[in-house]
Design a protein around this ligand. Structure first.
Ligand code: SD4
Length: 352
């Protein structure tokens, strides 16, 4: 987000009055950090409501934003935003209709974090429940634990009154069968669609919000990688990887290759970089650089760049935000007083 120097100084003055440590931009537009001094919010802090998500949350960010304006908690607001996508059977990367694992079973991951109470909840490899984001929140609200997985997560959800249902839509079942029939030319499965290209769907939705009081919530929900090994969980349910929020600083989340993200604890790292004074965009780019540095050789192309993509999203307590991807061309969704819109993401490498 570009901010004129005057806007910046005005905002900095307001934040200082509210107890924030002022940070000045360097020549590159980044802010100079004051590493040893965490921002301290004061009672009466006024920020601006803002919601940031992956691009598939364009409708959801508006839902979340409107809910916050009526006083709803930022975490409840973003969960309502991602529920839209979880319940949409045509989105094949989240909730109902998500592409299944290699055995044709839809296994879902989700996690959430609530800034004001410093609590978190998560479920992984849960089956038969369309809204794992709400189950993650129930883990947070009703147990002394942070993470439930597999059969235990499903059992918990049913005990909490969630409805069990078949999440494998006919479209996703057909896509799985086509993938399966192409695995081995010598097996007994006949391939009916010679020219059909099976997409390797990635999707996932991460959504983060801050309200006018500077309270923050974040959530990420996914069906993970299509055709994964049963039991595989990605970054989405891992607090600090798929999403993270700290009510003093801001929130961050990710979509894309979870295996790459987990190794850098990227969402936590982004929030830490912002705590040290980097702008959201600088924090995202620096974290993408860390991802590249941590990438194993087999996943690097001849040019030394990753063969996968990864997308990050972040916002700060005082209403700044950014999205960034490894490769150019990405977009992300934002909703604030200017309405819901897609915004071009920053990037590390120009595509092509
Ligand atoms: C995962 N990060 O399970 C998720 C997948 C994803 O876009 O984001 N796809 O690794």
């Amino acid at each position: 987000m570009s901010l004129s120097r005057r806007d910046f100084l005005e905002r900095a003055a307001a934040l200082t009055a509210a107890g924030f440590v002022p940070r000045l931009p360097d020549d590159f537009g980044h802010e100079l950090g004051h590493m040893a001094t965490p921002a301290v919010p004061m009672p009466g802090f006024r920020g601006r409501p803002l919601v940031v998500s992956s691009s598939n949350g364009l409708k959801g960010v508006k839902v979340a934003y409107d809910k916050m304006l009526t006083g709803e908690d930022p975490l409840d607001a973003v969960i309502a935003g991602v529920n839209l996508v979880e319940l949409d059977p045509s989105d094949q990367s989240v909730g109902l209709g998500g592409l299944p694992n290699e055995e044709g079973v839809v296994q879902l991951d989700a996690s959430c974090m609530h800034g004001p109470t410093r609590r978190a909840g998560s479920v992984a490899a849960i089956e038969g429940i369309a809204t794992p984001s709400l189950v993650a929140k129930a883990v947070m609200d009703y147990t002394d634990h942070v993470m439930l997985v597999g059969a235990g997560a499903t059992k918990f959800a049913k005990a909490m009154g969630f409805k069990e249902q078949n999440l494998l839509t006919e479209q996703s079942r057909q896509d799985w069968m086509r993938w399966k029939s192409r695995l081995n030319a010598n097996d007994a499965w006949l391939d009916h669609d010679e020219n059909l290209k099976i997409k390797f769907t990635t999707g996932t939705i991460n959504m983060n919000a801050v309200n006018a009081s500077g309270d923050i919530g974040s959530v990420t929900t996914t069906s993970g990688m299509a055709w994964k090994v049963p039991g595989r969980i990605g970054d989405s349910p891992v607090i600090g990887a798929g999403q993270y929020c700290d009510n003093l600083v801001g929130a961050a989340g990710s979509t894309g290759r979870g295996e790459a993200n987990i190794k850098t604890c990227a969402s936590f790292l982004i929030v830490e970089f912002m705590r040290q004074g980097l702008t959201p965009e600088a924090a995202l780019i620096k974290t993408l650089e860390r991802v590249v540095a941590m990438t194993e050789a087999r996943l690097l192309g001849p040019n030394g760049r990753p063969k996968f993509d990864l997308e990050f999203y972040a916002l700060t307590k005082d209403g700044r935000y950014a999205g960034a991807t490894l490769y150019s061309g990405g977009k992300y969704a934002v909703c604030d007083e200017q309405g819901a819109r897609l915004v071009e993401a920053a990037y590390l490498y120009k595509r092509g």
